[in-house]
Design a protein around this ligand. Structure first.
Ligand code: FE2
Length: 423
């Protein structure tokens, strides 16, 4: 007998009335009206069943530290980096682990079961690396955590930055990071991209760099990243995170750049909540939005994932691990309002980042791990519109979280007694 059968599901691709059969933690069949019985039968009642949310870009070492040791007054990226520098000497492994685990609780509750987190490797003690490696092990049964070795203060700008970065990779950090726009000069930024990509190629690792997180239209490290990805045969294994300078670049240059990114097999990761908050801070009016060119990249065939980036840390005071909030902001900032574009925004927090992270067994096909989220929404667009309640979150066929449906009781003359904002 099957373990679990979900009846009458709507899938993100638009199929309705689907039954999903689960055995040994895997999906074994997806079809209408499955003639089977199971130990547990769950009626999805026509609501959306989705593979879990995936966050392509996060900072779990700084999360939930908002206000420590003080609040970012200017709201800028650079004050945030300075503030993180003040906080670092005060960090303890216990506090890092406690905050990260608390965040993972929120993530599970929101159906977010895979996170790529950058971890600062500039501290020679590697306190945060050790803490997050510990957390990675601890959450493995319910959440996939992928770590990026992130040299927050630069690899060439800060003396002695290479040694802890390499040591972090030796300890099991998965991905090579970087921050070329924070190096001292454009030339050193380009040199850092070359060295870091060579390091990744040597070790057979993926690359995900903070790249051009600036309003400076001349910050063109994405060009170098694409070039190095192609030169070193890293196609499909490299991501450029943020890429906010592309917002301000000359259109003619971008018409050459985007095909180069595509050709190099480099993915883009935008962080809508953070980009719209941190960029354009030196502008008066008009004030730039600062997010990279999402629709144009997608139209050229470049995979674009969205990340949350920050939750309650030196850069951002808000957030609750809700990738639908991220998709909602991305949709607005990029003006992706057609039905097809709104569905692309949903893909940007589910299937696209799953591919960028290289997650195995992700999806709703037979053979995939039975990681599922039942949403109180009829389709992906309604899910984004309502930042829909995650009624049930499942990992390998086991229920990890349940939330009661969001329903409002009304007392209105000649009107229904309840509403849940669904149509
Ligand atoms: Fe970031």
């Amino acid at each position: 007998m099957l373990e679990t059968l979900l009846r009458n599901c709507t899938l993100p691709d638009g199929r309705t009335g689907q039954d999903i059969a689960i055995a040994d933690g895997r999906i074994v069949a997806v079809q209408p009206a499955l003639p089977a019985q199971a130990q547990h039968e769950i009626d999805a009642a026509g609501q959306l069943v989705s593979p879990p949310f995936v966050d392509a870009h996060f900072h779990m070492d700084s999360t939930l530290s908002y206000g420590l040791p003080r609040v970012n007054q200017s709201g800028t990226l650079l004050e945030g980096i300075a503030l993180w520098g003040e906080l670092k000497p005060l960090l303890t492994q216990e506090a890092l682990v406690e905050r990260a685990l608390a965040y993972c609780d929120w993530a599970v509750a929101r159906g977010l079961l895979a996170i790529r987190t950058h971890v600062d490797v500039c501290d020679p003690r590697l306190l945060a690396v050790e803490a997050l490696l510990h957390v990675k092990q601890q959450v493995r049964p319910y959440l996939d955590l992928q770590l990026v070795a992130f040299p927050q203060d630069g690899v060439l700008r800060k003396a002695g930055a290479w040694e802890p970065l390499k040591r972090a990779l030796d300890l099991g950090v998965d991905v090579v990071g970087g921050i070329p726009h924070f190096e001292r000069t454009m030339a050193e930024g380009a040199e850092s991209v070359r060295l870091l990509c060579e390091l990744a190629a040597e070790r057979g690792l993926r690359v995900d760099m903070h790249c051009d997180e600036t309003d400076d239209p001349m910050s063109r490290h994405i060009e170098t990243l694409a070039f190095q990805a192609q030169r070193l045969g890293l196609q499909g294994r490299v991501a450029g995170s943020h890429l906010t300078s592309m917002h301000s670049m000359d259109n003619y240059y971008v018409s050459k750049l985007i095909p180069l990114i595509r050709e190099a097999g480099v993915a883009a990761i935008a962080n809508p909540l953070i980009n719209i908050t941190l960029q354009g801070r030196h502008d008066t009016y008009p004030k730039r939005r600062g997010m990279t060119r999402v629709p144009e990249l997608l139209a050229a065939g470049v995979p674009v994932a969205f990340g949350h980036d920050c939750v309650m840390d030196p850069w951002y005071a808000l957030g609750s691990a809700d990738m639908l909030e991220v998709a909602h902001m991305g949709l607005h900032v990029a003006q992706m309002t057609s039905q097809a574009a709104m569905r692309q925004c949903y893909a940007a927090v589910t299937s696209t980042p799953a591919a960028v992270l290289g997650l195995e067994g992700y999806g709703l096909e037979p053979g995939c791990r039975a990681d599922l989220v039942l949403l109180q929404a009829r389709d992906p667009v309604e899910a984004i519109r309502l930042r829909a309640t995650r009624l049930m979150v499942m990992r390998a066929g086991k229920v990890l979280a349940r939330t009661a449906p969001m329903v409002v009781d009304l007392s209105l003359p000649a009107r229904p007694q309840q509403t849940s904002f669904q149509r």
